[in-house]
Design a protein around this ligand. Structure first.
Ligand SMILES: C[S@@+](CC[C@H](N)C(=O)[O-])C[C@H]1O[C@@H](n2cnc3c(N)ncnc32)[C@H](O)[C@@H]1O
Ligand code: SF4
Ligand code: SF4
Length: 424
């Protein structure tokens, strides 16, 4: 029985976490006539993703004598299947452990299982000719970011068919870094902007980076999404040419551009490119005061995107991860593994001809903050074409030493987007 059939037979579901993934699971249940008995969230007042806020409640206080002594007679939800939908694997594990310690037995919390469930649903819709591709849904779906499973439906939509027996090499996501330049200098930026001296700045040559990308694409079967980023990607003088070329390459799903929203691209033709149905512009918001110069610029950009019918998302963040200094931590093998496994910043970044696991690894090496661990990246530019596929396959499986020089994403946080004060 696949997971979707299990859900149908249980028909008593609790969704824990009313974020984007929680919302997808709720829609899945509705479309399959599955009863959702409760939607729990630790901060129901802060929930943005659910249209019907009245359905969301705080989970019961597990410490208040709740648990072992409860029975399904006193608490009917006790038998429910709880689907824990927090994106952070670490948080999901902690929540599942706590539920288990209080006697709940049916818990689904592993990201790959949740992805499989969503894939099963789309497969069923497709078999019944009811599936309609919706990039906004796929954008937030954890299945397309899963290293371990392939969503055939998503792949087929992009003309990529994987045969059962074939070896398949794909990247769920790949960052394409165009420039180190940025108009802002945020404290704790994961592209290390607050560690740059002026002379370190560079716009990478379009010919070089496009030929790196072409070579990489020749070696793999699919890149589900490419994230064009900087620094601030819109500052690259050849941004338009680069985007046009990226959109013309085969084996790429969709193209995301992440921007702070304060650099307005010049000319109309670039907006025409941005309105391509495979493009999503993501604007990062840093909680600045309404009316501030930054917010005014961002609002102007957002207005233009809306007028042109361009698909965009605005992501407000109050807190960022504190990745910490660059010294080598004395981590046990287990701690190192956990650091990497729980990290939500693995983005396979193509930076100046090198494919790194994350931007910290790429920028850390570029600025000589992290040692040159040669096995941490694939040198796409200098590797012979016939060895590249194997090297990328190995790269997908490996854990970078750079993680010894990082706090990862489960520790301290810092306020998002605070600017470095310029010296007088
Ligand atoms: C490094 S920025 C580059 C793109 C663009 N300049 C921007 O700010 O959107 C890419 C994304 O990383 C996020 N980011 C930067 N530093 C971060 C940190 N320490 N923790 C979490 N997110 C961070 C930003 O909010 C942004 O959404
Ligand atoms: S997070 Fe801030 S400093 Fe870093 S690239 Fe984006 S806008 Fe620039
Ligand atoms: S160095 Fe490791 S833990 Fe730190 S951001 Fe990169 S992948 Fe994550």
């Amino acid at each position: 029985m696949n997971l979707l059939s299990q859900l149908k037979s249980n028909n008593n579901i609790i969704i824990y976490g009313a974020g984007k993934i929680g919302h997808l699971i709720d829609q899945l249940c509705q479309e399959n006539g599955i009863n959702v008995s409760a939607i729990w969230d630790n901060n129901p007042d802060k929930v943005l993703e659910f249209p019907e806020k009245e359905r969301i409640s705080r989970p019961p206080k597990l410490s208040d004598g709740f648990g072992e002594h409860n029975t399904t007679e006193t608490y009917p939800l006790f038998n429910a299947l709880i689907i824990v939908t927090m994106f952070s694997a670490d948080t999901a594990i902690k929540v599942a452990d706590s539920l288990r310690a209080h006697g709940f037995k049916n818990i689904l919390y592993e990201r790959s299982e949740i992805s499989s469930l969503l894939i099963d649903h789309c497969k069923t819709l497709s078999q019944n000719n009811q599936y309609e591709f919706d990039l906004d849904k796929c954008f937030i779906c954890p299945a397309r970011r899963d290293d371990h499973i392939e969503c055939e439906i998503f792949n087929q939509q992009h003309g990529v068919i994987k045969k059962e027996t074939d070896e398949f090499v794909s990247l769920p996501v790949m960052g394409f870094l165009l420039t180190t330049k940025c108009n802002l200098t945020c404290v704790g930026c994961n592209h290390l902007r607050d560690h740059f001296d002026k002379e370190d700045n560079i716009d990478f040559s379009k010919d070089n980076i496009l030929s790196d990308l072409r070579k990489l694409l020749d070696a793999v079967d699919f890149i589900k999404s490419i994230v064009i980023v900087g620094g601030e990607a819109f500052m690259h003088p050849d941004f338009e040419t680069i985007l046009k070329k990226v959109l013309s390459f085969p084996k790429i799903g969709f193209v995301q551009i992440i921007s702070n929203g304060t650099v307005m691209p010049k000319g109309n033709s670039v907006f025409e490119l941005l309105s391509n149905s495979r493009v999503v512009v993501e604007i990062s918001g840093y909680g600045e005061k309404p009316g501030s110069a930054r917010v005014k610029k961002r609002d102007k950009f957002i207005k233009k995107l809306s007028e042109k019918g361009i698909r965009f998302r605005y992501d407000e963040a109050a807190q960022w991860f504190d990745f910490g200094g660059f010294h080598k931590r004395s981590l046990t093998t287990e701690e190192f593994e956990t650091n990497y496994k729980n990290c939500c910043f693995v983005s396979n970044d193509l930076f100046n001809g090198q494919l790194h696991k994350c931007s910290r690894s790429a920028y850390g090496l570029y600025l000589n903050k992290i040692n040159n661990y040669e096995n941490d990246y694939v040198d796409i530019r200098s590797t012979e074409t016939n060895r590249l596929r194997k090297n990328i396959k190995d790269f997908i499986k490996m854990r970078p030493m750079a993680c010894y020089h990082c706090n990862g994403t489960t520790g301290k946080t810092i306020p998002a987007g605070v600017q470095v004060l310029k010296k007088a």
